[in-house]
Design a protein around this ligand. Structure first.
Ligand code: F6P
Length: 323
């Protein structure tokens, strides 16, 4: 029987389990044996390979995280590790691997495909910074978690007429901060893509109070030069002049651990099903993602060579809507 394998790599994202389930059940339906590689590329190198049957993925669609485990694997940047991965894949007679993950994971997928091994990527990261998919698995859930926190903070901020900084994840990308800021009605948004001076944040906050607002919320991306800690430090150092009492909330990994939303379960199920069908048709060397509302495959060569950009008009929209 033909064999395919699936692995999840990098930061876990809500919906990864739905994607694994989809690979397993579609693969079996198409007459393939499906194996799971545990702990991403680290597990691949270490030969952590297990069989996956239809019952092994029962009851996982509603669970966050990844039943296979995930890992960051800097070692996979070396040729020795990649060749070891090929040995393990050969030992298990695996003909193709589906790699569920974000930028680093798809760079690894590209490296394997350059060595001649058939791989297909599935776009998954809460950061939404992966070229080849307008939205990636986990973004919707992470955004909703950020939004719930923002809504709650707004209540306490209004009661005390306080200013709050809320830092959200995103690595070097401001997507989560921008979208959470727009959907949460933030007074200011600080993202890595746009150089922001703390004095302009102070001006926005002051002007919010002058316009009669009872609260002021700043959503900050963790990757911004002035992240929440740096902004808080600046406001502290210039307290006498700026006169703001800021409270800081850093959401961090809380954003990654949620129960996947309906959107993420469906996106993960559909992207992984498509990737699995491509494997059975003998396709490889592509990333499966959502492009202009349709499931589409983008060559991994393009994925690794391009950077996904944010629409700068959205920042202006957020600024006007904060009035
Ligand atoms: O890529 C997902 C992500 O959660 C980023 O937003 C964040 O910067 C990073 O992972 C954190 O990585 P780790 O979980 O390895 O600390």
């Amino acid at each position: 029987m033909k064999r395919m394998a699936v692995l999840t790599s990098g930061g876990d994202a809500p919906g990864m389990n739905a994607a694994i389930r989809s690979v397993v059940r579609i693969g079996i339906d198409k007459g393939w044996e499906v194996l799971g590689i545990q702990h991403g590329y680290a597990g691949l190198i270490a030969d952590n390979v297990v069989p996956l049957g239809a019952r092994d993925v029962s009851g996982v669609i509603q669970q966050g995280g990844t039943l296979l485990g995930s890992a960051r694997c800097p070692e996979f940047k070396t040729e020795a590790a990649r060749l070891q991965a090929l040995r393990v894949l050969g030992k298990h007679e695996i003909e193709s691997v589906i790699i569920i993950g974000g930028n680093g994971s798809q760079t690894g997928a590209y490296a394997l495909s350059q060595l001649g091994f058939p791989v297909i990527g599935v776009a998954s990261t809460i950061d939404n910074d992966l070229y080849g998919s307008d939205i990636t698995i986990g973004v919707d859930t992470a955004l909703n978690i950020a939004l719930e926190a923002i809504d709650r903070l707004k209540v306490t901020a209004s009661s005390h007429e306080r200013a709050f900084l809320i830092e959200v994840m995103g690595h070097g990308c401001g997507y989560l901060a921008l979208m959470a800021g727009i959907a949460g009605g933030a007074e200011a948004i600080v993202i890595p893509e746009v150089e922001t001076d703390p004095e302009s944040v102070a001006t926005e906050l002051r002007s919010a109070y002058e316009r009669g607002k009872a609260h002021a919320l700043v959503v900050v991306a963790e990757g911004a030069r002035y992240n929440a800690a740096a902004l808080a430090r600046y406001f502290e150092e210039h307290h006498e002049r700026l006169c703001f009492d800021l409270r800081v909330t850093t959401l961090g990994h809380v954003q990654r651990g949620g129960v996947p939303s309906a959107y993420d379960r469906l996106l993960a199920t559909r992207l992984a099903a498509d990737a699995t069908e491509r494997v059975t048709r003998g396709e490889h060397g592509v990333l499966v993602g959502l492009v202009k509302g349709e499931i589409a495959a983008t060559p991994l060569t393009e994925v690794v060579a391009n950077k996904k950009l944010l629409d700068p008009r959205l920042l202006e929209l957020a600024r006007v809507l904060a009035k």
